[in-house]
Design a protein around this ligand. Structure first.
Ligand SMILES: Cc1cc2nc3c(=O)[nH]c(=O)nc-3n(C[C@H](O)[C@H](O)[C@H](O)COP(=O)(O)O)c2cc1C
Ligand code: SF4
Length: 598
């Protein structure tokens, strides 16, 4: 163990014990708490505790993932139980302070659950439906620690992984450990993280970068910002380990502009690491030096694509680059770089601390570890869950999510964000696994799961996804710039009851061109939602086209000409798009099957 870490550990353990010797009130003031009005609850708590004269610590923490329960307040009494109060408005605060904090008697009738010990009349936290089956690795500190508090983080095992790497392992052993763990990238493509690190480690350049992608522009995904909001120190530890393993000296964390609380908390975490010798020259007193900075990225979905991010940090428009060269050879500022999603990076400290075999023993053969899923839509318990790969989608949606709030049948799930697909309810027994889901046409992507009941129109949902894809197309290459506009034009008229003969085939042909001709994944995957919906709900499309749609579709504004993304990049307005460029490429010629429905 390094001397620096040994001292930090001793102080942190002592302070943590002291913290638990007084009443400790943790208030979830992250994005979800704030959205549900927690600031009023927090003020009332601060006021009532001050007036009561009790010496209690009030901590602001990130969400536990139980978003349906926000504002959530967690009260731990010394030698007493720890109790969670859900949906706690300021009107209940005086009673809780008087009965629970002053007199040590939990207010069971408005409490949600107890933690670590039994309280008569309350379930344990792990017995809550949404906590079933959860194995928390990347979210291990969610709701437990103040986000940028080094003491809290270290007392719960933080920086032991980095200390172990620095004091007991050679860089190549760290790369091998990550490779052996089976960790795959959580940013969408699911590529082996250890293999990718190996590419950068093999590059002898004296300047190399570790880039951490927290752009997260997918509708329905909120797991990346939640990690920043609840536990940014885990990302810093992961980046440091990646830097040591690959011989890199600089890290850049990309966060979408406007994610204010995650940005603030990450800034504070970086500062505390510099103040304590964990970042900067001679990390923890060793020969390894590493700096981290934050780069704010403009509001653009395609800016999350790895080479577009690199362009953005160089002050250019965030448009993807041609590849090769790949980032490990030519990354940001032309220097070799490795880019990982924040979830991927957040697993690394625990993999090094607990070993590759431990991580690999969780999940399925090809998808090791856990998946962090964001549950939203028609669901009783919306929020964030971390579950081992290998669970079925039904377990996730029905056991943890509680199904539809009104008991209506689930019709389908939208998975994998705007470039993903739809999974019909009769396939809910599909196992959560990268490859199984991709084979079913419903990639897991970065973890957004939007649940739709039987009142939702799949045709309208697909039109919405395509409207997003068209708006976000950066416009650099024409198959995507025109293809997404053209697809949307067809979907718009189908939804308006004005479809034309041959529209099904036309969409398939546009899809072929998108896939074959687009420069980056945005265009290459842009046809996925349509293809997956046609495969599973072709009848609904046909009914919609014949004017007998099973579900009325809300009126829309259209036909669309230019949208923000295309306009900003000087793209041709949709109205002038001609079909000529697509008809020359037939699906058979490119061996990409067109949907069978027409
Ligand atoms: C249009 C588009 C948007 C993307 N957005 C993100 C994003 O917001 N966050 C992310 O981590 N990866 C995103 N990616 C994937 C990245 O290009 C890259 O594969 C990923 O950051 C690599 O990290 P990983 O190996 O840990 O998955 C996007 C890709 C495309 C094509
Ligand atoms: S595929 Fe779309 S998003 Fe990607 S570079 Fe081309 S126009 Fe831009």
């Amino acid at each position: 163990m390094t001397e620096v870490f040994s001292k930090l550990l001793a102080t942190s353990t002592e302070k943590w014990a002291d913290l638990n010797s007084r009443p400790w009130i943790r208030v979830s003031t992250g994005m979800m708490g704030t959205a549900s009005g927690v600031r009023d609850t927090l003020s009332a708590l601060q006021q009532n505790v001050a007036q009561s004269g009790i010496q209690a610590t009030i901590s602001e923490v990130g969400t536990t993932g139980l978003c349906y329960a926000e504002p959530l307040v967690d009260i731990h009494m010394p030698r007493g139980p720890r109790v969670l109060y859900a949906n706690l408005g300021p009107e209940h605060v005086a009673e809780i302070v008087e009965r629970h904090i002053k007199n040590g008697e939990p207010v069971v009738d408005i409490a949600l659950a107890s933690v670590d010990s039994d309280v008569p009349g309350l379930p344990r936290r792990e017995q809550l439906p949404m906590m079933q089956h959860q194995v928390r690795i990347a979210l291990r500190n969610a709701g437990e620690v103040e986000p940028a508090n080094l003491t809290h983080y270290i007392a719960r095992g933080g920086f032991s992984g980095l200390d172990k790497a620095l004091s007991e392992m050679q860089p190549n052993q760290v790369v091998q450990e990550v490779r052996d763990s089976g960790l795959r990238g959580r940013g969408g493509a699911a590529f082996s993280t250890g293999t990718k690190w190996g590419f950068l480690a093999g590059n002898p350049s004296p300047i190399k970068y570790i880039l951490c992608n927290c752009e997260e522009g997918d509708p329905g995904a909120f797991n990346d910002k939640t990690i920043l909001d609840t536990d940014p120190l885990t990302l810093i530890e992961g980046c440091l380990i990646a830097g040591y393993a690959t011989g890199s000296s600089n890290g850049i964390v990309f966060i979408r502009h406007g994610h204010d609380s995650p940005i603030e908390r990450t800034r504070a975490a970086i500062k505390t690491c510099y103040d304590n010798g964990i970042l900067g020259p001679r990390v923890m007193g060793t020969d390894f030096s590493f700096d981290i900075e934050i780069s704010l990225v403009g509001e653009s979905y395609v800016a999350g694509e790895e080479t577009a991010l690199m362009e953005a940090v160089e002050g250019k428009r965030s448009m993807p680059r041609f590849r090769p060269p790949f980032p490990a050879a030519f990354g940001v500022w032309g220097k070799p770089s490795n880019i990982n999603n924040i979830k991927t990076i957040s697993y690394v400290p625990e993999i090094i601390r607990r070993g590759a075999a431990w991580f690999n023993s969780i999940g399925t053969e090809k998808s090791a570890g856990t998946a962090i899923a964001c549950l939203s839509g028609d669901i009783r318990y919306p929020g964030l869950v971390e579950v081992p790969f290998g669970l079925t989608m039904r377990q996730v949606v029905e056991d943890l999510g509680g199904g539809d709030p009104d008991g209506r049948p689930i019709k389908f799930l939208q998975t994998g964000g705007p470039l993903g697909g739809v999974l019909p309810a009769d396939q809910l027994d599909l196992v959560l696994d990268y490859d199984a889901m991709a084979a079913a046409g419903a990639m897991f992507g970065s973890g957004g799961l939007i649940v739709c009941n039987d009142t939702r129109s799949v045709v309208d949902l697909v039109r919405n996804l395509l409207a997003f894809d068209q708006m976000e197309s950066c416009g650099k290459c024409f198959p995507c710039r025109l293809g997404t506009s053209h697809l949307l034009e067809v979907l718009d008229r189908i939804c308006a009851g004005e479809s034309r003969d041959g529209d099904m085939n036309l969409m398939a042909r546009i899809g072929v061109n998108l896939r074959a001709g687009s420069l980056c994944g945005h265009g290459q995957l842009g046809y996925n939602p349509v293809e997956s919906a046609l495969k599973n709900f072709g009848d609904e499309f046909l009914a919609q086209m014949s004017g007998n749609g099973p579900i009325p579709i809300a009126p829309f504004v259209g036909p669309l000409t230019t949208r923000r993304g295309a306009q900003a990049n000087g793209a041709t307005p949709t109205a002038t798009v001609k079909l000529d460029f697509v008809v020359k490429l037939e699906p058979a010629a490119l061996s990409i099957a067109a949907p069978e429905v027409d």
